[in-house]
Design a protein around this ligand. Structure first.
Ligand code: SR1
Ligand code: MG
Length: 398
């Protein structure tokens, strides 16, 4: 049974680390000079701790509720789920996640590498700094963890144990509700501008699209294809132009699921960033952003193919299995991209890309995102080439 210690505050973190020096990473707990709570996500407390020598560590602790809605209770065990995912992903692809210094099961707190010299990709995109190298690096990350945690990368019995260890029922249910269901029904979490009412009505009346969302939800619920990040939007990615460093953080929604879900999350948020750029008159940026999913998916495939010679059981996993798997992931990426784009426009947890636009431009950008989503959402196995799909979304820029 987990013993939950007190909720940390900026005033108690230094003493907390002094009593647990193994969780301080490079920080000297005896010379801590600052502790700043910087959490700006939907769920947790995040402290950046610095010592006199300028070393830093991040301590992230779960709250017993959704941070942005204290009336919404949420298991604090999500921190333990994130520890499992981050630990596994760090072992597979340390270049693309923050360093993981340890997990305190009593306090439900993770100690993570301080990446204060990086910036959150969403903020950078909103400021007009694209960091286009990030798309291919995220593809490589999803390819690495997608292969290594799949049936091709991990022997059967070990994999079944890892699937059990990474089960994440409460946060998976949030994704199931917020991404796949709520945008298509009347729900208090939903909201849109009056100017988008017809767009939402048309989307919900698009039976082919809504059917695909149902099938996408079914695959999300049934699949244990690989250990996903689970929430790979541009607000979960740090970028730094120097050295073109890219790190995916905040994997508390991670669990085993369809590999294309993570690619779709990136794709959706690139579409959203492109819609913002377009309505602000940054047409070239919009086109660049809409084309980045090609680099994302190509890099994913390249990494998956690179690892393929090392697969478990090549006796039955021949190259036709590889081609079928990659086609399925491409198709899933597009459909999940559609689902993730719609939820940010219609459902809970809207994004700054749209919210910080003036109202008439918000409506214009939201319309563009919904139209792009409808094109991506009906992609099937045989027309899921990201080049074709990208061309379809670029067309919408007119
Ligand atoms: C109640 S959690 C709302 C959203 O925040 C996270 O970033 C996930 O995207 C989740 O759906
Ligand atoms: Mg998050």
């Amino acid at each position: 049974m987990t013993l939950v210690t007190d909720q940390l505050t900026s005033g108690t973190v230094a003493a907390y680390l002094a009593a647990r020096p193994h969780l301080a990473g490079p920080v000297d707990p005896a010379s801590i000079v600052s502790v700043d709570e910087v959490g700006d996500g939907n769920l947790n407390l995040v402290f950046i701790v610095k010592d006199a020598a300028g070393n830093g560590v991040v301590v992230k602790q779960s709250l017993p509720h959704v941070r942005v809605d204290p009336t919404w209770p949420l298991t604090r065990e999500r921190a333990a789920r994130e520890a499992v995912v981050l630990g596994a992903h760090e072992r597979i692809d340390p270049a693309h996640v923050p360093g993981f210094y340890g997990f305190d099961a009593d306090a439900l707190a993770l100690s993570i590498e301080d990446l204060s010299d990086h910036s959150v990709w969403r903020g950078e995109l909103n400021a007009g700094r694209l960091h286009p190298y990030a798309a291919a690096q995220l593809g490589e990350y999803v390819g690495a963890v997608g292969f290594a945690t799949s049936v091709f990368g991990t022997p059967g019995p070990e994999r079944r144990r890892r699937i059990a260890e990474a089960t994440n029922p409460e946060l998976s249910e949030i994704t199931e509700d917020l991404v796949f269901t709520e945008p298509y029904v009347d729900h208090e979490h939903n909201g849109w501008l009056d100017a988008n009412a017809d767009d939402v009505r048309e989307l919900r009346a698009d039976r082919a699209f809504v059917r695909e969302m149902g099938l996408a939800k079914q695959r999300f619920q049934e699949s244990t294809q690989s250990l996903m990040h689970g929430d790979l939007h541009t607000g979960s990615v740090f970028v730094r132009a120097e050295g073109e460093s890219v790190r995916a953080f905040d994997s508390e929604f991670g669990t085993y699921g369809p590999t294309g879900f993570d690619l779709g999350a990136v794709w959706a948020n690139l579409v959203i960033a492109a819609a913002r750029a377009h309505v602000l008159g940054r047409t070239a940026d919009a086109e660049t952003l809409l084309r980045l999913p090609v680099q994302l998916v190509d890099a994913f495939e390249a990494e998956f193919r690179r690892r393929w010679p090392d697969r478990v059981d090549p006796r039955v996993y021949g190259d036709e299995v590889l081609e079928h798997t990659l086609a399925q992931v491409r198709s899933d990426a597009a459909v999940y991209g559609a689902a993730k784009a719609v939820r940010r426009i219609v459902g809970f947890s809207k994004v700054a890309d749209i919210l910080t636009l003036p109202a008439p431009k918000q409506a214009e950008a939201a319309r563009l995102v919904l139209r792009a989503a409808r094109r991506l959402g009906t992609a099937r196995l045989d027309d899921s080439d990201p080049r074709t799909l990208t061309a379809l979304t670029v067309e919408l820029l007119g």
